[in-house]
Design a protein around this ligand. Sequence first.
Ligand code: MRU
Length: 358
Amino acid sequence: MRVNGIPYRTVWLEGSTVHLIDQRRLPARFEILELPTVQQTAEAIRTMTVRGAGAIGVAAGFAMAQAALLAPASGVREALEQAAAIIRATRPTAQNLFYAVQRIVDGTRSAHSVDEIRRRAVVIAQRMADEDAASGERIGIVGASLIRDGASVMTHCNAGWLAFADWGTALAPIYVAHRAGKRVSVIVNETRPRGQGAKLTAWELGQEGVSHTLIPDTAAGYAMAQKLVDLIIVGADRIAANGDVANKIGTYALAVLAQAHQIPFYVAAPTTTIDAACPEGSKIPIEERSADEVVWTSGVTDDGAETRVRTAPEHTPARNWAFDVTPAALIRGLITDRGMIRPEPQAIAEVMTAAATR
Ligand code: MRU
């Protein structure tokens, strides 16, 4: 996608340096960070400098490639093992991160020389980034058929191109519909506590010229009751084998509201987000982040200075679950790179079998 007319991916590798858009600074500043070491790339994932299931998967792949490129020839395999452990410990919920690390571990196992390990790690990491971008575009094409001319679509958090290498998932159908000339408007939930809707989705949609309105998360039910929402599309961080979906905190409440108001509720995700080994949503590890993110908020002052303020009394106890689980029964369909899938065990198993032959 383009920023000020220039095409960008969210994360990329140049030589052995990972480059990424610093998502902590948006929308105030658009800045590219250069990360020369595995440790720095892993730290960028942990601190959500890069975030979103697909983007952290792509960053994880490039971090593994960095490990292979930077290690001394005598210690490349050990460096890959260490990097895998460091990267897996950054964030627990998004399946794409674990998928990416494992694919490089598996893909380099049978290499017979150091050069071959390095070559394969880079090739696989780049291939995963390209596949991630291509999946987003396919999801966009599959999902755009759900969007009629004049539709109002609600989304939550940021499952746009910033959350992937390119295109995104929940926003991809909106981009495809918009480019095809359909009039589409988006209701953007703010997404407390970190505000990915307000800070990232609103910025992305603005860059693409898509009409959108920001609402507080607490207004979602009222917007539905007022018949302002035709369709809800959200992303996913991990999809269990039975179709339950872990996504940004607040998604579950939206799905319950959608059912009460008979509004179709869709989840858009690449098949790399499906964890076939996880039988149901209750088994998905849910990240709990620092309570500071609930008690403090950040933004820019009128004169453009980035700042942070406390919004609750000092020492107020708080909980900060980053994700929740939406039961499959509340989901109308999974919009994937392999077409629309019913959120049911058999349909998911079939698509995973097909994906295994990719
Ligand atoms: O905590 P984040 O910002 O990395 O959360 C991930 C997400 O962006 C959302 O949960 C999104 O809806 C699915 S991932 C594209």
